[in-house]
Design a protein around this ligand. Structure first.
Ligand SMILES: CC(C)(COP(=O)(O)OP(=O)(O)OC[C@H]1O[C@@H](n2cnc3c(N)ncnc32)[C@H](O)[C@@H]1OP(=O)(O)O)[C@@H](O)C(=O)NCCC(=O)NCCS
Length: 197
């Protein structure tokens, strides 16, 4: 199977992200396009979306999976990102290295288990290497079991656990993957990538 991926510019990409986030009913807080623009503007970023035909209407193509990432640096002024850098401090080397933060992403329920997220992740890694990044970091929670299993399959390593005292399901898990040419050698997906906007 060949995966069809679009890599978007900021404005159009933010609208696409807002649109696809509406299909993620399991998450109470969805990202709006202005939030996406606010986060990504003025920092190196990547907005990826995979599309596929509707099973009962093969002529109609819809977005089915997405992944948004951006550079994370020491000296972030956004309070959330400054806090993230602080929490990662002892576990990620930022000095003289480029770190990519995998911010949001997912696959629509009906298209899960078909390799869309792997294809997006492999495309993210190829782009990150081409753009001089050394490491990808991502944050999740214990209770996001599907995401944890997926990150395991994609060979992300747990670098930190922040236990929740009230509920272990809410404990935060930080993971990372170091990038190198050998990462590309492990890639399996066949992808067609179109740049938009
Ligand atoms: C996690 C998620 C993105 C996976 O997307 P997907 O398109 O179904 O993933 P893929 O089909 O590309 O699978 C990638 C790998 O993960 C594995 N995997 C995916 N879902 C899995 C699950 N529920 N349990 C175990 N393994 C799983 C696949 O077997 C595959 O491994 P392989 O390529 O080595 O064979 C999707 O389930 C999702 O969007 N879930 C909700 C989002 C979420 O939990 N967000 C949490 C906030 S961090």
């Amino acid at each position: 199977m060949e995966y069809h991926i679009r890599q978007y510019g900021l404005q159009q990409g933010a609208l696409e992200i807002q649109y696809i986030e509406e299909y993620f009913g399991e998450f109470p807080r969805r990202k709006t396009s202005s939030e996406v623009v606010g986060r990504l503007d003025n920092r190196d970023h990547q907005i990826l979306m995979a599309e596929a035909a509707l099973p009962d209407d093969p002529g109609t193509v819809v977005p089915v999976a997405y992944k948004v990432s951006h550079e994370l640096k020491v000296g972030e002024t956004d309070p959330k990102l400054a806090d993230l850098v602080h929490r990662l401090g002892a576990h990620v080397a930022f000095q003289n290295r480029r770190v990519l933060y995998s911010w949001i992403g997912g696959t629509r329920r009906d298209w899960r288990g078909q390799g869309f997220f792997r294809a997006l992740t492999e495309q993210q890694e190829a782009w990150a290497l081409d753009n001089g990044f050394d490491e990808v970091v991502v944050k999740t929670k214990n209770r996001f079991y599907a995401m944890r299993s997926t990150l395991d399959h994609l060979e992300f390593n747990v670098i930190k656990l922040e236990p929740s005292e009230e509920d272990p399901r809410e404990s935060k898990v930080y993971l990372s993957k170091w990038l190198g040419r050998e990462v590309l050698d492990g890639h399996r997906s066949t992808r067609e990538v179109i740049n938009v906007g």
